[in-house]
Write a protein that binds this ligand. Structure first.
Ligand code: GDP
Length: 492
């Protein structure tokens, strides 16, 4: 495999320098990691086209600043031990925490949801000078490399609150939303708290949503430990908080690249997963003239193959000219112009089942295409159903999201965070297969995403200043309703 940028191997200094710049993704990543512990960190640029989006110099300086804080306050440091001690005491005192504050992301939901919500939590950590720690233990370490040099983002196994995590919920004692509801939160009560639980999952209520108000943000500033349960990409609503607005604008002058940059910064497949990715890529995708990703996520697992969905997929890929239409044998023998040289198009299908894959494969085998292009249809796995507790299942899911992100053109399914991850990492504007309601044909079958960023499925609809409901998709031009979920919000 040669680098996608056509850099041929040569030992001269400028080529080496250029290779290094490319592998560090325009300064997004830092050097200094041990190469063999995380091959993907250094090899991804062999497989991926250079990003059309450049990280801003302000984002780079924020990341470098964050790395310093993480190194100073991360697990294993004196500051960390002191901060942990606060959780065992009744009262906190500022001098003991030495300025180190944390946001802990709790394990929750499927892998796509995890990835996009961790990226949001990381953005929040950067904005509020907190250190991000993730729950997830060995499973997590099996999927992802460490993103922060000389430190860890894994929440230590014996974290003092770990045994309370299962009990954290919307009605637990330290829940921010519930405390607000019961009027237990104000400036002085908060300063004595060592931790708060933030419920930011899809089912959160109007009190939990006050997290997105400046007033609450200034209260939360004083709490050393914020424990967060979320499965959402909540970054779009952070852009609507006045105290974050300016900084976010400087970090992301191209607004809709939040996940693209932070995702590439944080999520490096572990060596085991990198093996799955590279072996598959080399065997089935590398030789193609064009790679097309097709993510088929049917949320009703029992439904089997539906003729409407089959129709929708075929109409989408053919109408949008992602794949050629089929023809009769006679036309196949028509002489071709030179520029019409047939191409090899490799389609990477991902799905929990094999039904749609079989249909597409058979179609393009049994019939010639109008362009005479040769269409290879490939699907790495068919896991049947979501099995988040299983290691190899998650490895495959992560490998497939990543493989989809390496394609030239991508089709994803509405509502699916699995697809959002692929689109965002790839910096692609995918075609989204709209959701079918009541088994009816959707027209049009798919449409182009406005931007590569994921959709926030459960945003608040509240104007904190006016204290009344508003359409938050109509406040600023760069936060809009999503293509696939009319009430969702996304950065464009
Ligand atoms: P979402 O439910 O589509 O938003 O995506 P999530 O990733 O959060 O949860 C779905 C989970 O189901 C994935 O993490 C996988 O465990 C599994 N899954 C769904 N679709 C696929 C697929 O195409 N391939 C594989 N390997 N697993 C899948």
């Amino acid at each position: 495999i040669k680098p996608e940028t056509n850099v041929t191997s040569s030992s001269d200094d400028t080529t080496l320098q250029r290779d290094q710049d490319l592998s560090l993704l325009g300064g997004l990543l830092v050097s200094g990691f041990k190469k063999d512990t995380c091959l993907s960190r250094y090899q991804s640029y062999f497989y991926r086209k250079a990003s059309p989006y450049k990280p801003s110099s302000y984002l780079l300086s924020k990341l470098r600043g964050y790395e310093k804080v993480h190194k100073r306050c991360g697990p294993g440091t004196r500051q960390y031990t002191n901060a942990e001690r606060l959780l065992k005491q009744k009262q906190t005192s500022d001098s003991e925490s030495e300025g180190c504050k944390y946001v802990v992301w709790m394990e929750f939901s499927g892998l796509g949801n995890r990835i996009i919500s961790i990226a949001s939590a990381f953005l929040y950590a950067m904005l509020t000078d907190r250190v991000l720690l993730v729950e997830g233990g060995e499973q997590f370490a099996d999927l992802f490399c460490e993103p922060f040099l000389d430190s860890t983002w894994l929440l230590p196994r014996h974290f003092p609150l770990s045994n309370q995590f299962n009990g954290f919920g919307q009605h637990s004692a330290h829940c921010h939303g519930d405390m607000l509801k019961r009027k237990l939160i104000n400036g002085s009560s908060v300063s004595s708290l060592s931790h708060l639980y933030l419920h930011l999952a899809h089912d959160y209520n109007e009190h939990d949503k006050m997290f997105f108000c400046d007033e609450d943000q200034s209260l939360l500033k004083n709490v050393p430990w914020l424990i967060m349960r979320t499965n959402n990409f909540f970054a779009p609503s952070l852009f609507l908080i006045p105290s974050f607005e300016e900084e976010l604008g400087m970090m992301f002058p191209e607004k809709a690249t939040v996940f693209h940059h932070l995702g590439r910064y944080l999520f490096h497949p572990s060596n085991q997963v990198w093996g799955l990715i590279t072996r598959y890529y080399q065997a089935y995708l590398a030789k193609a003239d064009e790679r097309i990703g097709l993510q088929i996520r049917v949320f009703d697992e029992k439904s089997g193959v539906s003729p409407q969905v089959t129709n929708q997929i075929i109409s989408c890929v053919q109408n949008e000219e992602l794949l050629p239409k089929l023809t009769k044998f006679v036309e196949q023998n028509k002489p071709l112009d030179e520029e019409e040289e047939p191409k090899l198009r490799a389609v990477l299908v991902t799905s929990l089942t094999t039904g749609y894959f079989e249909i597409l494969k058979t179609m393009y085998w049994e019939n010639p295409s109008v362009t005479r292009d040769v269409i290879g249809i490939h699907q790495p796995s068919h896991e049947g159903h979501q099995q988040t507790e299983k290691l190899m299942h998650n490895r495959k899911a992560w490998a497939e999201m990543y493989l989809l992100s390496l394609t030239d053109k991508l089709v994803i399914s509405a509502w699916s965070t699995f697809g959002y991850v692929a689109q965002g990492l790839g910096g692609l504007r995918a075609w989204i297969l709209y959701k079918q309601e009541n088994q009816t044909n959707v027209n049009p079958p798919c449409g182009r995403a406005m931007s590569p960023d994921p959709c926030f499925h459960a945003p608040p609809y509240y104007d904190c200043k006016a204290k009344k409901g508003i359409d938050t998709g109509n406040v600023v031009p760069h936060v809009r309703h999503c293509e696939d979920i009319s009430w969702g919000l996304k950065l464009v």
